[in-house]
Design a protein around this ligand. Structure first.
Ligand code: SF4
Ligand code: SF4
Length: 450
């Protein structure tokens, strides 16, 4: 357990990633879907309506930083806690302090890093304190919290999903790291080329810590050039991050043009061309895992159930490439590419799932309605409705000039799921569906899949 005054890890000896840790939301990079202007988490922070929450996301995307910014902003006492190094005794001490803080009107933010590694006893112990507001729990996890965190704790928290940083966000951080003379490496007089920054932003896979560590290593280990400056080139960065720099030929073919030609060759059933572009990517230094992912996508997206074995071959190739590496991995990739390119093609899965667009699924597609002139109140529809959506009421009906009161079926739109069962069962043809029915959607999907 470690009690910190916020941002006190800014010592010169601290790693660059810690020194550059943003202090406020204005400096914070990425997660615009949560902390962008007017977004949910920013509103909660600005209106000081913070409650317990769990940040779920890959490493290096700013989970700890966000927790510290929240604590700073809400003037709460921030206690950092790690499941790996702290036991129940330390938790009890924190709770006792949180209780004292509460009596003095001070809030306590408990930041539980790797909360998925807390055992059930530790998680259960936190529950009552979270519930009565003694502390605000902010958990961070790289694992899906719905599987890894105590359900009771989840139900008392808001889960926010943090995403890998965008390439442009990483480039902003790299530039800050190289130029900032106070918290960054600016005092060393280093320069980073555009190509090197692009490469680093690409290969870091959205992990800011990884990119900043590489910059720090590059600056500290690269000798100055004749002009007295440290030049961070793509080769230097490649060495620092231990990944190959990708370089396509001098004709100026871009990375994405080659990948596009590679995918189109597989999709167009041209194995010779597909293997040609594969070789080009390999010699340019493309990441073999990236290539394997493209083959798997093509095997499902373009071959699909026309030859289900294509996906099996592609997945096996990806696993084999992971275990074996280059140079032999190129043979495995070529085998998978030739198979997928030669296989028959079907995009029915793409079309079927594409039809089920979110707006169609999330808006109630249709509801049933009884024609009061045709309905004779026989109750058949009520008996078949699986959602209990049908009731009856007496309504005044004008049947060709004759006014009378009839018992007719009435559909509760909030309960009706548009399944159409009542329309099939109704003996008088009184019940009909209004809008686009689930059955129509299912029939369309069925037609595509068959
Ligand atoms: S369409 Fe289905 S859910 Fe709606 S009222 Fe008829 S039987 Fe019930
Ligand atoms: S089954 Fe048809 S006729 Fe009978 S109550 Fe329902 S809507 Fe009316």
């Amino acid at each position: 357990m470690e009690q910190l005054s916020l941002f006190d890890d800014r010592k010169v000896s601290a790693p660059l990633a810690s020194r550059l840790r943003p202090e406020n939301l204005e400096e914070y990079a990425g997660q615009k879907h949560l902390v962008g202007k007017g977004k949910i988490l920013r509103r909660l922070i600005e209106e000081d309506q913070i409650s317990s929450m769990i940040f779920w996301g890959p490493p290096g995307v700013g989970k700890t930083t966000l927790a510290r910014i929240i604590a700073e902003r809400t003037r709460a006492e921030f206690v950092e806690f790690s499941a790996v190094s702290s036991g129940i005794r330390e938790i009890k001490e924190v709770m006792a302090q949180a209780e004292k803080n509460r009596k003095m009107g001070i809030r306590t933010v408990l930041f539980a890093d790797e909360i998925h590694r807390f055992n059930k006893g530790q998680q259960d112990y936190l529950l009552p304190f979270v519930e009565d507001g003694t502390l605000i729990l902010i958990g961070a996890t790289t694992e899906n919290p719905y599987f890894e965190v105590n359900g009771a704790l989840i139900s008392r928290s808001v889960v926010f999903e943090l995403k890998a940083l965008e390439k442009e966000d990483i480039k902003v951080l790299i530039s800050r790291a190289v130029c900032d003379t106070e918290r960054g490496m600016g005092a060393y007089g280093a320069e980073i080329t555009e190509e090197a920054a692009d490469f680093l932003a690409d290969v870091s896979g959205g992990d800011a810590r990884l990119a900043l560590n590489a910059v720090e290593l590059g600056v500290l280990t690269t000798e100055k050039g004749e002009d007295g400056k440290i030049h961070l080139t793509a080769d230097v960065m490649s060495e620092c991050i231990q990944r190959r720099a990708v370089r396509y030929d001098k004709a100026g073919d871009s990375h994405y043009d080659t990948i596009s030609a590679f995918i189109k060759s597989m999709r167009g059933s041209d194995p010779d061309a597909a293997v040609y572009y594969l070789a080009k990517m390999i010699y340019a230094g493309e990441d073999e895992r990236f290539i394997a992912r493209r083959i798997m996508i093509c095997a499902s997206e373009d071959v699909g159930n026309a030859d289900p074995m294509a996906l099996t071959v592609a997945v096996s190739a990806a696993q084999a490439v992971e275990r074996i590496g280059f140079p032999e991995a190129q043979i495995i990739l070529a085998q998978a590419v030739a198979y997928v390119a030669s296989a028959p093609k079907s995009n029915s899965a793409v079309k079927a799932i594409g039809l089920l667009a979110k707006d169609k699924l999330m808006t109630n597609p249709c509801t049933a309605k009884a024609d009061t002139l045709l309905c004779n109140g026989c109750s058949t529809c009520e008996n078949v409705c699986p959602y209990g959506a049908i009731t009856y009421e007496d309504q005044e009906v004008n049947d060709h000039g004759i006014r009378e009161t009839r018992r007719v079926a009435v559909v509760n739109n909030a309960l009706c799921q548009g399944c159409g069962a009542c329309t099939v069962a109704c003996p008088s043809g009184a019940m009909d569906l209004q809008g686009f029915s689930n059955r129509q959607i299912i029939a369309e999907v069925d037609a595509i899949c068959r």
